[in-house]
Design a binder for this molecule. Structure first.
Ligand code: CMX
Ligand code: CO
Length: 141
């Protein structure tokens, strides 16, 4: 069902500072920047590799407010890995299959994600402590 890892989300206090760090350490390029009010984040996608089902990325996330999911995470745990996102061909299908196994879905229906993708989250407590995102990448034009 999972095609690949789409991205790893990293919570940071200062997006520009961490873009500079990751791009200079690993020679990654920023391919998209976005403000996602619905998710409460300012973000950047740094391209890592291309695969059959789409690209893979590091997603740097700065919270828009302290009471957003990423803001609360940083307050509690500090900066660092926030979630792992799997690329799936059909996000509704993956939600139904995984939800059918008793995992709590944090979204009833897919939301808008980076670069035109459709996303949904699974509860970290039902996935061994790992906040998990399902991503259906935007169709290539
Ligand atoms: N990874 C692992 N565990 C996490 C977590 C994370 N990122 N965020 C919270 N948790 C754990 C907490 O440690 C806490 O555990 P304890 O009860 O043992 O202390 C528990 O989950 C509840 O956490 P909380 O701080 O009380 O936060 P909430 O329940 O209010 O929210 C969650 C947690 C996961 C439901 C919420 O963060 C959420 O809906 N996340 C999905 C949306 C999101 O993160 N969007 C930003 C990214 C956008 C993008 O990728 O594009
Ligand atoms: Co993400």
């Amino acid at each position: 069902m999972f095609m690949r890892i789409d991205h790893i989300g990293i919570a940071c206090r200062d997006l520009e500072e961490k873009i500079e760090l990751f791009s200079s350490l690993f020679e990654l390029e920023v391919v998209a920047r976005e403000i996602n009010e619905e998710q409460g984040v300012k973000e950047a996608m740094l391209h890592v590799a291309d695969g059959e089902g789409g690209g893979s990325y590091i997603q740097l996330l700065e919270p828009l407010s302290e009471d957003s999911p990423v803001g609360k995470f940083i307050a509690k745990r500090g900066e660092g890995v926030h979630h792992v996102a799997f690329g799936v061909p059909d996000v509704e299908g993956a939600m139904a299959t995984i939800g059918g196994k008793g995992v709590r879905l944090l979204d009833e229906r897919p939301r808008h994600g980076s670069m035109g993708s459709r996303i949904a989250f699974l509860h970290p407590k039902d996935v061994g402590g790992m906040l998990t995102e399902l991503v259906e990448a935007a169709k290539q034009q």
